[in-house]
Design a protein around this ligand. Structure first.
Ligand code: FES
Length: 198
């Protein structure tokens, strides 16, 4: 086992996350948030920004919204969980996020504006399947060194909890981070850069 550094808080979180997300991944917690969409379906299809209320998003939960016809994942990560981002760096293809798979303001290990809030395009960079949110530690199917992340069962690509791709899997690039900004602590706009709003 290589779960050193995982403290009790994190384990408790992961238990919660597993309970919430379950085997069905994002869809299990996406439904309650759909009503917070602003633009019409047609406007979204044309690429209009989408406003998302994350006030009810609990630590360990992930919600899924649709933007430009693609799923966008929003995950609330507890501070304790962020420790794993350092622990897996040597196993990643692009730990520094050198490739432009994110806006400049998300080119950090958290790949986010606020460390606790992760926003990702839920499209695998191999052939475009939707990776599953798998936050649990060392599940039987992913191995004893799995510290939580995203798993694409189509061809076995693995990503950490910042959406950074592991070495030795089919996907070459980190999951994309869409442009987004915070309207407030609890409201995000997906599809507009924070700089553009300044
Ligand atoms: S589409 Fe994700 S691993 Fe192939």
């Amino acid at each position: 086992m290589s779960n050193g550094g995982l403290n009790l808080d994190r384990r408790q979180f992961l238990t919660l996350a597993t309970t919430v997300a379950g085997g069905a991944g994002a869809a299990a917690v996406a439904v309650p948030f759909i009503a917070s969409f602003n633009p019409s379906t047609r406007a979204q299809g044309l690429g209009a920004p989408v406003e998302v209320d994350i006030a009810r998003l609990e630590e360990g939960e992930m919600l899924t919204i649709e933007w430009r016809g693609k799923p966008v994942y929003v995950v609330k990560r507890p501070a304790a969980l962020l420790e794993s981002l350092d622990q897996v760096e040597s196993r990643l293809k692009d730990p520094e996020s050198i490739k432009p798979q994110q806006p400049e303001y998300a080119a950090n290990k958290y790949r986010s504006i606020k460390p606790e809030i992760l926003v990702l395009v839920g499209v695998c960079t191999h052939l475009g399947c939707a990776p599953l949110f798998r936050p649990e530690v060392a599940p039987a199917d992913l191995g004893s060194d799995w510290p939580g992340g995203f798993f694409c069962p189509c061809h076995g690509s693995k990503f950490d909890l910042s959406g950074r791709v592991y070495a030795g899997v089919p996907a070459q690039d980190n999951l994309a981070v869409p442009p987004y900004r915070f309207e407030s602590d609890s409201v995000l706009t997906i599809g507009e850069d924070q700089e553009a709003a300044a």
